[in-house]
Design a protein around this ligand. Structure first.
Ligand SMILES: [Zn+2]
Ligand SMILES: [Zn+2]
Length: 266
């Protein structure tokens, strides 16, 4: 498959299996054009070296992670493009810390993801007291826009991932959604079609076709990401995702190398 996968995890984050090399080997098996390595960055907004071992790598592990990616990039250069990346949380107040962490890592791209809304992790079953699904969606969009405005992120992760645990309201097409997508388009930040939603109970990719159509109309660049948490899921459902992007109105994909964006045929 002549695709590039921009969103993969490996065992360093504590909730995925396989090594970075296993992920690259999986990409080779599938004949991908490029494989992006994007494990969860350490949680700089929490105290201690390894605040949540089952969620993200330790702060002290980050250097080894970056070195190992660059080593694999060199080693596999003749066979597959290895893109050096990371998935970092967007949490207000932590941007300068992430900027400092990522400086000098020579990243090809950085995914910015909202996993926390005002201290609440959005994969929790229970919503915070007195907070509606409408409130959460609105807040997630505001945070997404702020993330785009930081200039730190090349790609915005899984836009409507709130639906994983049923926290997305019935009506997602709100003025805030349009305002957010307008801002993202103006800022020239890309987003991803994340296929992992098809492997979860929501059984819908992130974001939905309706949102992808709004994004395509605005020319927001898009990449494909499997969000694989095991090597077998690298590039999962990519032909289906490509077909959906065409249906949404996309004619091309974005591609990243050393922070620079280019385009690839879809
Ligand atoms: Zn994520
Ligand atoms: Zn992820």
């Amino acid at each position: 498959m002549n695709f590039e996968d921009y969103h993969t995890h490996h065992r360093r984050c504590g909730h995925a299996s396989g090594s970075l090399r296993d992920v690259v080997e999986a990409a080779l098996e599938q004949n991908l054009h490029a494989i992006g390595l994007s494990d969860h960055a350490p949680m700089l907004f929490l105290p201690g070296d390894h605040p949540q071992p089952g969620t993200a790598m330790a702060k002290s592990e980050f250097g080894a992670y970056v070195r190992e990616m660059h080593d694999l990039k060199s080693e596999y250069a003749e066979r597959v493009v290895v893109n050096v990346g990371v998935e970092a949380d967007y949490v207000p107040g932590s941007v300068d810390d992430y900027r400092a962490l990522l400086a000098g890592g020579d990243f090809d791209y950085v995914i910015g993801s909202v996993h926390f809304i005002d201290g609440w992790h959005l994969f929790q079953e229970q919503r915070p007291d007195g907070v509606t699904r409408e409130d959460l969606w609105d807040r997630a969009l505001v945070l997404t826009r702020e993330a785009a405005e930081t200039g730190l992120f090349s790609i915005l992760g899984h836009l409507d991932v709130l639906k994983t645990k049923g926290h997305l309201p019935d009506r997602v097409d709100t003025p805030r959604l349009h305002e957010t997508l307008d801002a993202v388009a103006d800022l020239g930040v890309a987003m991803e079609l994340n296929t992992s939603g098809w492997r979860k109970s929501a059984n819908e990719c992130f974001p939905s076709l309706a949102i992808l159509k709004l994004a395509a109309k605005r020319g927001i660049p898009v990449v494909l990401g499997s969000d694989a948490h095991r090597p077998e899921d690298v590039a999962a459902d990519f032909p289906r995702a490509a077909a959906l992007l065409r249906e949404a109105g996309y004619g091309e994909l974005a591609s990243f190398s050393r922070g620079e964006r280019a385009t690839r045929p879809l």
